[in-house]
Design a protein around this ligand. Structure first.
Ligand code: OAD
Length: 255
């Protein structure tokens, strides 16, 4: 058998090649090269005067529904204008090379699915979707804003009259139960976890690599231009961007 490479990229590719239950955990850094600022940069320009944690909360929405609605509409339109980059396509390409690949993302931009990943768990929802603030028909009560009257901003739920809101998780809110349960279960059973573009700060997503490591004995590979909170428990830290490292991993897999 070829000696295990001591070059981190090669060693990571060799471990990926042998994976049977791969989980990929992505954060805002995964979408940076598509032109979507990471969460903290999101307030460039006109929004610079607001703290995101004051905008992305149910309380902020109730205090000023129009402001929060417009902030999310600005981000939604931004997301609709960008494209997945080579890193997203590389993750989708893993599905043709490995027996199981599930992407668990904190991102709300939908870019993994647009790049062709077929099994994506959106822990924080999806900014291109909308729902009734009261979830009056069950959680989530998804609504198509194209069919709603735009006389009011935000529009109103046609069922109960509550405001319509983006279908994303806000601070102080619980994550979608089924998504989080499935994510935890996959991390318990994963043999390899590839972590890309997350600072590893925001819970409960940040606990997933620990679950995989401590309870599931998974091999952790971290991809980030700078050391993040998760790097210390990872087996391999690949310093670089998603758009450059992930295509190289696929190339080595094919080599
Ligand atoms: P952060 O903005 O906290 O962290 C982004 C990470 O991506 C950082 O560690 C960067 O070093 C790294 N990064 C930057 N450019 C990169 C690139 N080109 N390739 C790879 N990595 C890169 O984003 P998250 O960890 O995803 O939640 O946490 C953000 C969460 O906090 C969001 O999901 C949001 C917020 O609470 C909600 O909106 C509910």
């Amino acid at each position: 058998m070829k000696g295990v490479s001591n070059h981190p990229l090669r060693a990571a590719a060799e471990r990926l090649r042998r994976s049977e239950r791969l989980v990929v955990l992505t954060g805002a850094g995964m979408s940076k090269e598509s032109g979507i600022p990471t969460f903290r940069d999101a307030l460039e320009g006109v929004w610079a005067r607001f703290d995101p944690e004051e905008l992305a909360t149910p309380q902020a929405f109730q205090r000023n529904p129009r402001l929060v609605w417009e902030w999310y509409e600005m981000r939604r339109l931004q997301v609709l204008q960008v494209q997945p980059h080579a890193g997203h396509y590389a993750l989708a390409a893993l599905e043709d090379r490995l027996p199981q690949v599930v992407v668990i993302t904190q991102n709300v931009d939908g870019l993994h699915r647009r790049a062709g990943s077929s099994d994506v768990i959106e822990l924080h929802g999806n900014i291109t979707q909308h729902k009734c603030f009261a979830d009056c028909q069950g959680a989530p009560t998804l609504l198509d804003i194209a069919t709603l009257s735009q006389t009011e901003v935000p529009p109103r739920c046609p069922h109960c009259g509550a405001y319509v809101r983006p279908n994303v998780v806000w601070f102080n809110e619980f994550l979608p139960v089924e998504a989080l349960e499935r994510a935890r279960d996959l991390c318990l059973r994963a043999d390899v976890v590839l972590i890309v573009g997350t600072s590893g700060i925001v819970q409960p997503a940040a606990s997933l690599p620990y679950i995989a490591k401590q309870h599931g004995r998974a091999f952790l590979i971290d991809v980030n231009p700078q050391r993040d909170e998760i790097a210390p428990i990872c087996d391999i830290f690949l310093q670089g961007t998603a758009g450059s490292v992930l295509p190289q991993l696929v190339e080595l897999l094919d080599g």
